[in-house]
Design a protein around this ligand. Structure first.
Ligand SMILES: C[S@@+](CC[C@H](N)C(=O)[O-])C[C@H]1O[C@@H](n2cnc3c(N)ncnc32)[C@H](O)[C@@H]1O
Length: 208
């Protein structure tokens, strides 16, 4: 099953399934960015809009992009605000956004599904205005080394969604290649993760 079909299939239960990674991501995103303002935010891989209401509260305009029609349908039902729009597009192609027009690109739990990070960082660097930021919250590669992978249950069968491992150094060197400066890196544990590998890693880069 393609990644977009898998997420359209998952979309009917994505918000309700027990999923500590999804819940931790929502908490740490708000902890990382609360109180800041970014006039133009682009949320890549917005999914069902789990984080979109929060991003909308920081922005004058929020654009959510995803290539799963099913996930976007949920997002459009959940987030009905005049300054929020959603568009269906593949992040691996040129984004439908003017160069230098964005103050924050936000990305939650998406990059494990992207084989090659370079085209994503290239689009981030193109779309960000000078001083703009790129926030990424991602499944920690240490969890992937131990076998964690996005998956959902249907009729008692586990469906794994195609995923790719990106080491911490891959994120750092790719960002540097496209002229982004790291301003913060955090590793995050769910309260049930005592003495286990970190569940999430988050980064904030700035385009200087
Ligand atoms: C685990 S979900 C995360 C959704 C949301 N960001 C969240 O935190 O709940 C991953 C999302 O990335 C989207 N996605 C993955 N690869 C993509 C691509 N190449 N282009 C657009 N969207 C993509 C999927 O459709 C899915 O909605």
């Amino acid at each position: 099953m393609s990644i977009s079909d898998a997420y359209s299939n998952w979309s009917s239960t994505y918000d309700e399934d027990v999923n500590r990674t999804r819940d931790l991501d929502q908490q740490i995103t708000q902890a990382s960015l609360a109180g800041q303002r970014f006039p133009h935010i682009v949320e890549i891989g917005c999914g069902t809009g789990k984080n979109s209401l929060f991003y909308a509260s920081l922005a004058d305009h929020l654009l959510g992009i995803d290539f799963s029609a099913g996930m976007l349908e949920r997002a459009r039902q959940k987030v009905v605000l005049p300054h929020v729009t959603f568009v269906e597009a593949d992040l691996q192609k040129r984004w439908p956004i003017a160069s230098g027009s964005v103050d924050l690109v936000a990305c939650n739990l998406v990059l494990e599904h992207i084989a090659d990070l370079a085209p994503i960082f290239e689009q981030v660097a193109r779309c960000l205005d000078t001083g703009g930021q790129f926030f990424v919250s991602e499944l920690h590669p240490a969890k992937q080394y131990l076998g964690s992978q996005a998956q959902f249950q249907r009729n008692g069968v586990a469906n794994k969604v195609d995923a790719f491992v990106h080491h911490l150094s891959d994120f750092l060197t790719t960002a540097e290649k496209f002229g982004l400066t790291l301003i913060r890196l955090d590793e995050w544990w769910h309260e049930a993760d005592d003495k286990l590998a970190p569940r999430l890693v988050s980064f904030r880069w700035r385009k200087l």
